[in-house]
Design a protein around this ligand. Structure first.
Ligand SMILES: Cc1cc2nc3c(=O)[nH]c(=O)nc-3n(C[C@H](O)[C@H](O)[C@H](O)COP(=O)(O)OP(=O)(O)OC[C@H]3O[C@@H](n4cnc5c(N)ncnc54)[C@H](O)[C@@H]3O)c2cc1C
Length: 249
């Protein structure tokens, strides 16, 4: 069984993002970029399924600029077997990404597409779901546990007040939630080994899919600055302020 893991290169989660001066998006000039954290979890899950014998190969794919090779190498240093870069300098919205991924999936024929539930840059939470619809595959989103059982996967997701477990026939799309696993660090020897693993580059145009934009960003803005707090000297004063000033009690 083959597992395909789509991964996105995003602003590193430790970076405090700055909105571009013209409000058109986020300033990425000189900013540290990394693999989307939910995708790291999806890569880890793919590797664990291969290590458990449930899968034979883990292939990672990114749709992005030449520089996005770095996240593919990181995924291979974690343990993915090979990588595909679908090269484009354009920023694609989820529908366009899903169209490109569908073309790659039709070439690769994976049994599971393990991907992040959302990318932390645009927070769309849409690509996995659109991809499942376009492929007419079952999907299990927000996975916090995955067990492969023959020709189906049992996927647990957190719901309000508990968990729900579903069985999906394979092939299927599974999107990873935060608590699915703890991704491993890539060791230095594995980073060196990853340099020799195969990385195929495909031009996006050669896939012949529709990647035209339907969404337009109107504006991106920083959250309103928080007002300074007030120190109170007693519980009585706090209660009084909550009653008379905040009017919440
Ligand atoms: C682990 C966890 C933590 C969470 N933490 C928070 C939190 O901190 N803060 C927070 O605000 N929320 C949180 N949530 C989300 C929240 O608890 C609910 O899950 C959320 O309000 C979505 O409701 P839902 O599951 O009913 O959504 P859905 O069932 O997906 O419904 C979403 C919307 O779809 C439409 N819809 C769905 N079914 C129908 C139908 N039959 N007919 C017509 N329209 C329909 C309605 O517009 C509905 O409002 C959390 C959820 C989880 C699982």
């Amino acid at each position: 069984m083959k597992i395909l893991v789509p991964i996105k290169r995003v602003v590193d989660y430790n970076v405090k993002v700055r909105v571009a001066a013209d409000g058109s998006g986020v300033d990425t000039q000189g900013v540290k970029m990394s693999m989307n954290p939910f995708d790291e979890i999806a890569v880890e899950e793919g590797i664990r399924l291969r290590e458990s014998g449930a899968a034979k190969e883990v292939v990672v794919v990114t749709i992005g600029a030449q520089a996005a090779q770095d996240v593919l190498r990181t995924a291979m240093a974690m343990g993915a077997d090979r990588a595909i870069l679908v090269k484009t300098d354009d920023t694609l919205e989820p529908r366009a990404v899903a169209n490109a991924l569908k073309a790659v999936i039709e070439r690769e024929n994976p049994s599971i597409v393990s991907m992040g539930k959302q990318a932390i840059d645009d927070d769309m939470n849409a690509t996995g779901q659109i991809l499942a619809a376009k492929l007419n595959w079952p999907q299990a989103t927000f996975a916090s546990k995955v067990v492969v059982n023959g020709d189906k996967a049992e996927v647990t997701r957190e719901i309000d007040g508990g968990t729900a477990t579903f069985a999906v026939p394979l092939p299927a799309i599974i999107t990873a939630d935060l608590r699915l696993n703890e991704p491993r660090y890539a060791s230095l020897p594995n980073i060196m080994k990853a340099r020799k693993k195969p990385l195929e580059t495909i031009e996006l145009e050669s896939l012949g899919v529709d990647t035209a934009s339907r969404l337009t960003t109107i504006s991106v803005a920083e959250p309103a600055e928080r007002q300074a707090g007030v120190m109170v000297s007693s519980v009585a004063e706090l209660v009084e302020k909550l009653k008379t000033e905040a009017k919440v009690i």
